[in-house]
Design a protein around this ligand. Structure first.
Ligand code: BJW
Ligand code: ZN
Length: 246
């Protein structure tokens, strides 16, 4: 496990703006499966193109709806872990902070993160697949087919971002601005394989930020990180906040 350098602790203490990008690995210790991890990942069992694309939903709305309903039900049983809490604590310790998450599980907000953007949406919300009307939060059990929009009668779908879809513009703009302006950029628990989120640490690096990766495994982003903390986020993020702020 990596030791946190005094220079990294000092950089965090002196940072005016800290930006963070998180991925599924940050929720792994809460018991939420990641996407690409070989044994436990969601896509060890399912083909993403069967489930996380607009075409997949058009082809088989019930299959896709049920997959999300099942994940939503499991999320009701999990809690934020020390990684989520450490990021909420870091936000309280630095002058300016933005957390951009690819996670749709809502655990950062539940841990108390405030300046938070959800790049890939939120699994708790549903919207119309045709007119886009937001139908609010959904907690009903799976039914024989997906529910229908009250305005146009098309199927409702989870308010998440599938492959080939644009990210919510306000979230993406806020994340890009923070990447350009931050002093320290922390990228935690993501394989760095999905764009445009994976561009954020690269943009931060080009703009002069100190880039810190937290991940037990190497990723394509390891090469651009100034500091690589090789360990679970639930251990390394609390250690990082402790090293900087005691
Ligand atoms: C731990 C840990 C612990 C484990 N502690 N760490 C070719 C065809 C089609 C599209 C493209 C293409 N080439 C490029 C594209 C663009 C595409 C893309 O990037 N594809 C790549 C796969 C190549 N991107 C898009 O389509 C995006 N939209 C877009 O670009 O629009 C413009 C466009 C329009 C038209 C055509 C093309 C482009 C949208 C991307 C949306 C991604 N959506 C998903 C599903 C969300 C809903 C849901 O939850 O079901 O988002 S996919 C999935 O991947 C999910 C995640 O947020 C995202 C990232 O995954 P993440 O979080 O990194 O998880 P993993 O599992 O990959 O990694 C976990 C990591 O944790 C690992 O590194 C572990 O080591 C680590 N770890 N334990 C710390 N304890
Ligand atoms: Zn509608």
């Amino acid at each position: 496990m990596t030791v946190i350098s005094t220079s990294l602790a000092q950089a965090l203490r002196e940072a005016r703006l800290v930006a963070v990008l998180t991925g599924a690995g940050v929720s792994a210790e809460s018991g939420v499966p990641t996407f690409r991890d070989a044994q436990t990942g969601l896509w060890a069992k399912y083909d993403p193109h069967e489930l996380a694309t607009p075409a997949a939903f058009r082809r088989n709305p019930k299959l896709v709806w049920d997959w999300y309903a099942e994940r939503r039900a499991k999320l009701a049983e999990v809690e934020p872990n020390p990684a989520h809490h450490a990021l909420a604590e870091l936000e309280r310790r630095v002058p300016h902070f933005l957390l951009a998450t690819q996670n749709v599980d809502g655990l950062h907000a539940r841990a108390g993160s405030r300046n938070l953007v959800e790049l890939h949406g939120n699994i708790a919300r549903v919207k119309c697949s045709a007119c886009g009307a937001i139908a609010g939060e959904w907690s009903e059990p799976a039914s024989s087919e997906p529910p229908r929009c009250s305005k146009c009668n098309a199927f409702l779908r989870p308010d998440v971002v599938w492959f080939y879809e644009l990210l919510p513009a306000d979230a993406q703009i806020a994340a890009e601005k923070a990447a350009h302006e931050c002093d320290v950029f922390i990228v935690a628990g993501t394989s760095g394989e999905v764009y445009p989120a994976a561009e954020l640490p690269q943009r931060a690096r080009r703009a002069g930020a100190r880039v810190v990766e937290v991940n037990p495994e190497p990723t394509p982003l390891s090469a651009i990180a100034h500091d690589v903390l090789r360990g679970p986020a639930g251990v390394m993020l609390p250690a990082l906040v402790r090293a900087a702020f005691g």
